[in-house]
Design a protein around this ligand. Structure first.
Ligand code: CP
Ligand code: NVA
Length: 307
């Protein structure tokens, strides 16, 4: 049996494959918004495992599968046997005999890798402590829709050196844009094995003003990601001064966009007049989770299509 293609981190696809996916997502989006039925996945099933909360990821995958003619099943970590300690390898063997694609949101990336290693069908990472590739797929699709090609542009990340920041870095290297990251001391983007952060596409700061200088896109995220709740108070103090404010946006390029993967906390990591202001594209960004993932699922299951 041939090995399935997985999407466990952003670097699992090539720049050429992303070019295809961004273009294909726009085709599927136009088709869906014009009310045209397009159902190449009739009879196909997605198993979705959630060990962390979600609104967008669950709805975008479930709605996307339904629109493509397939079906998505929600498995809650706690109420399934996963929560009672069934090995992820066994879960993978069973689910992949009954479904055509598996999506998982969990804690450690290594668990997703073990799931994929034992799955007969493609596995998609719907967020881990380390990465959130589906979100960056949607974010870059959104950038392209508003401003065109992202190659050669500058993205400023303000806040935690977390799963989102790490995925942005993979995207910068692959797609040829610059990532400037401003984090508090102690919350820097940590190096993972095999990744070299000291390249042309990456600059690290502690001062948010330095990071947004020359930025075409300013983006941030919660101070406390899921799984780190015990650190919330310490983080609130450490991240004082890392809110994306209107003043910070004025220090970026005049046509800079603002993005946030959501959920957001107005008055913490972003000021209300920024997220609700004219430079913000957060609702398009959220919607594009569904369009980007539809293109991704279609590609993993059916390959490139040009219809
Ligand atoms: N951005 C994102 O992944 O949202 P959810 O946590 O609601 O899925
Ligand atoms: N960094 C956040 C993203 C939520 C969509 C988290 O991991 O909780």
């Amino acid at each position: 049996m041939s090995q399935p293609r997985h999407y466990l981190q952003f670097s699992d696809l090539t720049a050429a494959e992303y070019q295809y996916l961004f273009q294909r997502a726009q085709v599927l989006k136009r088709r869906q918004l014009s009310g045209q039925l397009y159902q190449p996945l009739v009879g196909k099933v997605m198993s979705m495992i959630f060990e962390k909360n979600s609104t967008r990821t669950r709805v975008s995958f479930e709605a996307g599968m339904a629109q493509l003619g397939g079906h998505a099943m929600f498995l809650d970590g706690k109420s399934s046997q996963i929560g009672r300690g069934e090995p992820v390898e066994d879960t993978a063997r069973v689910l992949s005999r009954m479904s055509d694609v598996i999506m998982i949101r969990t804690f450690e990336q290594s668990l997703v890798e073990r799931l994929a290693a034992n799955s007969r069908v493609p596995v998609i990472n719907g967020l881990t402590n380390e990465y959130h590739p589906c979100q960056i797929l949607a974010d870059i699709l959104t950038y392209i829709e508003h401003r065109g090609d992202i190659r050669g542009k500058t993205v400023a990340w303000i806040g935690d050196g977390n799963n989102m920041a790490r995925t942005w870095l993979q995207a910068a290297k692959l797609l040829g844009f610059k990532l400037k990251v401003a984090t508090p001391v102690g919350y820097e983007l940590a190096t993972l094995d095999g990744e070299h952060y000291g390249s042309d596409c990456f600059e690290a700061f502690h001062n948010p003003l330095s990071a947004v200088e020359g930025a075409d896109l300013v983006t941030t995220d919660v101070f406390t990601s899921m799984g780190y709740e015990a650190e919330a108070e310490a983080r609130r103090q450490a991240f004082d001064g890392y809110m994306v404010t209107a003043e910070l946006m004025r220090a970026a390029n005049p046509d800079a966009l603002f993005m946030h993967c959501l959920p957001a906390h107005r008055g913490e990591e972003v000021a209300a007049d920024v997220i609700d202001g004219p430079q913000s594209v957060v609702w398009d960004e959220a919607e594009n989770r569904m369009h980007g993932q539809k293109a991704l699922i279609e590609y993993l299951l059916l390959g490139q299509l040009n219809d």
